[in-house]
Design a protein around this ligand. Structure first.
Ligand code: MOS
Length: 739
């Protein structure tokens, strides 16, 4: 089934310890096999041919020269591609419809919806032949006028449709009137450019057909979605699709839904009846994988003379694609962070002829927090208050948008501890007042926030007579330590040593789990795993009574009973089982939604240094204090939060996808021209976790996948303002904006 992984650790309670990742040795020694490395005999290699117009129709396609390249097996186009069913249209009530990244039926249409859409696929004996041939495919287009310039199109935005999982507006009192009457106010406009995914492992698929059974090894964040979706597209039962994804080299949302590369690799394998592999080039990731869209945000805040908020207005404009795309909830932080008597939130969207946007490194709060937390800093400055003091004065007792109770909220404590760790008291409030030689020194803070959810997962837990515990669940491991923390949870729940627990994951033949998105995975799997461990213990106690052993002597009980092992299951993957699971999930989801506001919180503290002559900004120091319930593994948790902060620094300081406003083509689709932070850009990052269990979540834990990057760009912008007196409203914060 799955690789058996060695487990490190010592005896004693496992939860809370900094246990090394169980997959660490396999990865550091090269033994870990990724989707593009699985060996198959007779393997062929595929390469995509991208459209070179943003909107139009293919009038002719000539693959003669490409087919003539030695080693080329076939060139698939809309004229000869095998059957492929279209994706289902999006519905918030059917999770399977979240799976497709776009609504395009790739290679089954002559219509073009964005520059870079795959128009052909070359399959060859070698990667080199496929690449050479791909460049020789001649495509002629009838080009149509395309909406590709966000600066022009944002004026055409319409109110975003809300759904059960993504609200798009909120209203409390008359926020505009309260704003107009406020003695102190700010009314600011913020922008961010588009961003692109750059996981260390580009999207990769190896696809193999045996009759009408399909196996794909894929770098996916959502094994079950991918399996169901492939079954639908290739018109076979889900049971005929096996998705294997033992290791994923980073996802960040880019691998959460299904993109052209995966579907077309499976299509090619069917066309030539051989195993086919495709690993996207960096450029092809930009072409075929959606990411963060550009947006414009207005935040208008009013306060009384004592610094109490009177009005909060947050309106946003972003885009989708003509063929789909999940919009962000940019006003999300404004719903939850500040006590305010009046509130007006509205998200707006415009459809454009660009690749549909998709989740990327904390959609919603990642960018929404930049606008809100920058505006709050500016308002504190105008009121004449310390920004932390201002936040604490406006800290709500209940959830601002709807008055729901917080399940737990230790933001105050986070700021208190962070201020201590960071020596915030050393800061002199006046902008430009702190210097170190040629450097202007600035210190800024901002709040981190991400709502918590829990989806549904099926698991089995087995105890063997030799004392070994086996946990099976088809969750995804993107490098964050998912298998490690679940082994810790199982070990403590059963009272067995960490070393005795083995976790199988990453394979659709295992009990199904939710996609690793929205910071839900750890709590989702833990919820079912804890239920499984309880069920197992109950079974063992029953056996113990019957065979006269004590409740904790598990292995002795099994030996006396003559059983090699006992296994229990939570949930089931039969048709009825899956439906029951979905109903159970919705019931709990709705009940939870009504009762609690649950989230991860944090306080970011940042010091920047700005060169007074060149405007160069260096992030010099960072402290992040987080409140995310119980800490399962201090090493993997702090590592993930550090990574999140680094992602936020990238967004704040350098990342920017440049779209040619004339033709919608991405001008910098490579790591040479798209500026991610490197080691030299990253300072010491100190992380502290408050470790206070959330009473409403499994084991008291809240997911931490996405809270790290929220607030980071604002903390930097606020520190830059403190250093220079200049407030940067437009990301990224590059030196030209400071001169
Ligand atoms: Mo995420 S950005 O929900 O993988």
């Amino acid at each position: 089934m799955n690789e058996t992984l060695p487990h490190a650790g010592t005896d004693g309670p496992a939860v809370g310890r900094p246990i090394d990742r169980v997959d660490g040795p396999a990865k550091t020694t090269g033994a870990a096999v990724f989707a593009a490395e699985v060996p198959y005999p007779n393997l062929a290699y595929a390469t995509l041919v991208p459209a070179t117009v943003s909107r139009g129709r293919i009038t002719a396609i000539d693959s003669a020269a490409a087919t003539a390249v030695p080693g080329v097996i076939t060139v698939l186009t809309h004229e000869n591609a095998p059957d492929l069913k279209p994706p289902q249209p999006f519905s918030p009530f059917n999770f399977a419809t979240f799976a497709p990244g776009t609504q395009v039926n790739y290679l089954k249409t002559d219509e073009i919806f964005w520059d870079g859409q795959p128009v052909a696929l070359v399959v060859a004996e070698t990667l080199e032949a496929a690449r050479e041939a791909a460049a020789l495919v001649q495509v002629t287009y009838e080009e149509l006028p395309a909406a590709v310039d966000f600066a022009v199109e944002e004026g055409n935005a319409k109110p975003q449709k809300a759904n059960m999982v993504l609200p798009s507006s909120a209203k409390k009192g008359d926020a505009e009137a309260a704003f107009a009457a406020s003695p102190v106010k700010v009314d600011l406009r913020f922008t961010n450019p588009p961003h692109n995914h750059n996981a260390i492992e580009p999207h990769a698929t190896t696809a193999v057909w045996e009759g009408d059974r399909l196996t794909v090894h894929d770098s996916t964040q959502g094994i079950d979605w991918l399996r169901t979706h492939l079954a639908l597209r290739f018109d076979i039962p889900p049971a005929n699709v096996r998705v294997r994804s033992t290791f994923v080299g980073g996802g960040f949302g880019g691998k959460s839904v299904v993109w052209a590369g995966t579907i077309l690799t499976a299509l090619a394998a069917r066309a030539i009846d051989r195993p086919v592999r495709m690993m996207l080039t960096r450029e092809a990731v930009y072409h075929t994988v959606g990411a963060r869209a550009a947006s414009t945000q207005r935040v208008a805040l009013g306060a009384d003379n004592n610094g109490k908020l009177t009005s909060l207005i947050h309106t946003t404009v972003s885009r989708t694609g003509r063929v789909g795309g999940l919009p962000e909830g940019l006003t999300s932080p404004s719903r939850h962070l500040y006590a305010t008597p009046t509130m007006l939130l509205q998200q707006n969207l415009v459809e454009m002829d660009l690749i549909p946007p998709a989740p990327m490194r904390t959609p919603s709060e990642g960018i929404g927090s930049f606008a809100l937390e920058s505006a709050v800093d500016e308002l504190a400055y105008r009121v004449g208050m310390d920004p932390i003091q201002f936040r604490m004065l406006n800290e709500p007792e209940t959830n601002p948008v709807d008055g729901k109770a917080f399940s737990r909220r230790l933001l105050r404590e986070a700021y208190e501890l962070g201020a201590e760790m960071f020596d915030w008291r050393e800061r002199t409030p006046e902008p430009g007042s702190m210097r170190d030689g040629r450097w202007l020194v600035g210190m800024g803070v901002a709040t981190a926030f991400h709502p918590a959810q829990q989806m549904a997962a099926n698991v089995t837990v087995r105890l063997s007579v030799d004392g070994g515990v086996l946990v099976r669940c088809a969750f995804q491991e993107m490098g964050v330590g998912a298998a490690t923390v679940q082994a810790q949870i199982a070990a403590d729940a059963l009272g067995v040593p960490f070393d005795s627990v083995r976790v199988e994951y990453g394979d659709s033949d295992l009990p199904s789990s939710a996609a690793a998105i929205g910071s839900v995975q750890t709590a989702t799997v833990a919820g079912s795993l804890l239920a499984g461990c309880d069920k197992l213990k109950k079974r063992l106690r029953g056996l113990a009574r019957r065979y006269g052993t004590t409740g904790q002597a598990f292995t002795e009980t099994l030996a006396r009973a003559g059983l090699p092992s006992v296994e229990v299951a939570i949930g089931s993957d039969t048709r009825v089982g899956k439906m029951t699971g979905q109903v159970k999930f919705f019931t709990r989801f709705l009940r939870d939604q009504r009762r609690w506001m649950k989230a991860a919180y944090g306080a970011h503290f940042c010091e920047v240094r700005v060169d007074r002559d060149t405007g160069e900004v260096r992030v010099a120091r960072w402290t992040g204090v987080f409140d995310f319930g119980r800490v399962i593994n201090t090493k993997t948790a702090t590592s993930q939060l550090r990574g999140g902060i680094i992602a936020g620094i990238g967004m704040a300081m350098g990342e920017e996808t440049l779209v040619d406003p004339r033709n919608g083509r991405i001008m910098n689709p490579s790591l040479a021209e798209y500026h991610l932070p490197v080691q030299a850009d990253i300072p010491q990052i100190d992380i502290a976790c408050l470790d206070e269990p959330d009473p409403t979540m499994p084991m008291g834990l809240i997911g931490i996948g996405e809270v790290g990057p929220t607030g980071v760009a604002a903390a930097i912008a606020n520190a830059v303002h403190h250093a220079t007196g200049k407030r940067i409203h437009d990301l990224p914060i590059t030196l030209d904006k400071l001169l």
